[in-house]
Ligand binder design. Structure first.
Ligand code: GLY
Ligand code: MN
Ligand code: MN
Length: 440
């Protein structure tokens, strides 16, 4: 009960803050209200089955209610009105709403279907709509120019990067759940489990089914660690290295955590690389400061990796020389991290300002998702990697730079796949608070 009261208070404050920032965004974009819709199910082609519903992030930002078609109407100076679509149905469970902790944040009304939900919403002619059913919104009186209007969406995207106390509480809980999964997964690996066993141990540890995860678990034994988003789940094969990238969700908010573990069958030279990558990752977390461009962190990661690769004998140049010669990118071909929140790859990472615009990553780092300056309240991942990806190494095996690599060592370690260590970081007034490490 005490927890529900605390959640209710945090959620009320969160909604009050959303109300304040949304009123400002509506005024700037010339609308007098905003309708958010929770989303419609996606039905597979020529089938009668739906994909698991992912709530529209804009709706989830306000309200943890799950399920399709709900409408939320935000107007200046009024309590947000939620129309919950609650059909009578005997095929799927339609549990009563009960008294969720967040109910006090809204004026809650129920409707048996989406058409009656619109009728009960009582929407103004000059309201905007954000959701995946713009045709239906237009049929219910929203003007065409007000359907997912970019100027408004951009302002809301920008603002979503800064997390409220409520959101941080949700993110912390998602960390705690994922940590339980990661501990169970590591135990399964150490006991000789297969990728399938490790995946099952993970979801059992979190206490969820697969569709509740924020993304499919990436469970890689040995060479599969070099496939960044490997989603196989091999049964009957055990390994010497586990790279597991897996998260959890609380009230829509995600964690996104990667660990790389070795057992006694791993080459000690690879285990030493893992230990050093762990130090490198912690060094990067230490550097987090408000006012710093995320790109500086990313570039710093390449410099540190250049030193690390050199120290371990994989390349013949260190630091800036290695980076300038392009020796680090085949080993670390993705961005250092991304914003995290309702979406695993949360919005606004490359946005220039609240009005919109894009800050593209430099040509050298095309996959970097975060070019924005770090600010207090931002939450993002820091996930450096070191992989043996033959497709990326192959071009260096011949030509002018071939002599800058120790190919024998690379080939001896390639069967270990790769290393990624990923924590979730909250930017505070003075630095970064690691949400993951205290738990794993
Ligand atoms: N789990 C996907 C990522 O780390 O970005
Ligand atoms: Mn990530
Ligand atoms: Mn990840």
């Amino acid at each position: 009960m005490a927890q529900a009261m605390k959640d209710a208070q945090l959620h009320l404050r969160h909604v009050a803050e959303r109300q304040r920032t949304t009123e400002a965004a509506l005024a700037a974009a010339n609308f007098d209200g905003l309708v958010l819709q929770s989303g419609a199910p996606f039905t597979y082609f020529v089938d009668d089955q739906d994909a698991p519903l992912r709530t529209t992030p804009h709706f989830a930002h306000w309200c943890p209610l799950e399920g399709p078609f709900h409408l939320l109407y935000i107007r200046p100076g009024a309590k947000p009105r939620l129309v919950r679509v609650a059909p009578e149905d005997y095929w799927y469970e339609q549990a009563p709403l009960g008294e969720p902790f967040w109910a006090g944040s809204f004026e809650v009304i129920e409707a048996p279907d989406v058409n009656q939900a619109w009728d009960r919403l009582g929407v103004s002619r000059h309201a905007a709509y954000i959701g995946d059913q713009p045709d239906s919104a237009e049929a219910h009186g929203i003007l065409r120019d007000a359907l997912n209007p970019e100027s408004l969406v951009k302002r809301l995207d920008w603002e979503r990067a800064t997390k409220s106390e409520w959101e941080i509480a949700c993110l912390e809980d998602a960390e705690a759940k994922a940590a339980r999964g990661h501990h169970a997964a590591r135990e399964a690996f150490m006991a000789g489990g297969s990728e399938l066993d490790i995946h099952h141990a993970y979801t059992r540890g979190v206490g969820c089914v697969d569709r509740e995860l924020p993304y499919e678990t990436i469970v890689c034994l040995d060479e599969k660690g070099a496939i960044l988003h490997y989603c196989g789940k091999r049964a009957g094969v055990s390994g010497k290295v586990l790279l597991i990238d897996a998260g959890a969700r609380t009230h829509g908010y995600c964690s996104d955590i990667t660990r790389t573990w070795t057992n006694s069958k791993a080459d000690p030279r690879f285990a030493a690389l893992v230990a050093d990558m762990d130090k490198l990752q912690l060094e990067l977390v230490e550097r987090v400061k408000p006012g710093m461009p995320y790109l500086d962190l990313h570039h710093g990661a390449h410099l540190l990796l250049g030193d690390l690769l050199h120290r371990h004998g994989l390349v013949k140049l260190a630091g800036a020389e290695a980076v300038d010669a392009g020796l680090t990118t085949p080993f670390f071909p993705h961005g250092l991290g991304h914003f995290l929140g309702i979406q695993v790859h949360d919005v606004g990472g490359r946005q220039k300002n609240p009005e919109g615009g894009v800050v593209p990553p430099p040509r050298q780092y095309p996959y970097l998702r975060t070019t924005r300056t770090i600010e207090e309240g931002h939450v993002f991942t820091i996930e450096p990697g070191l992989y043996f990806i033959e497709m990326l190494l192959r071009p260096f095996r011949s030509g002018a730079k071939a002599g800058l690599f120790d190919w024998k060592l690379i080939d001896q370690l390639a069967g270990h796949g790769g290393i990624r260590i990923e924590d979730n970081i909250l930017v505070t007034r003075s630095g970064g608070r690691n949400l993951t490490r205290p738990r794993i």
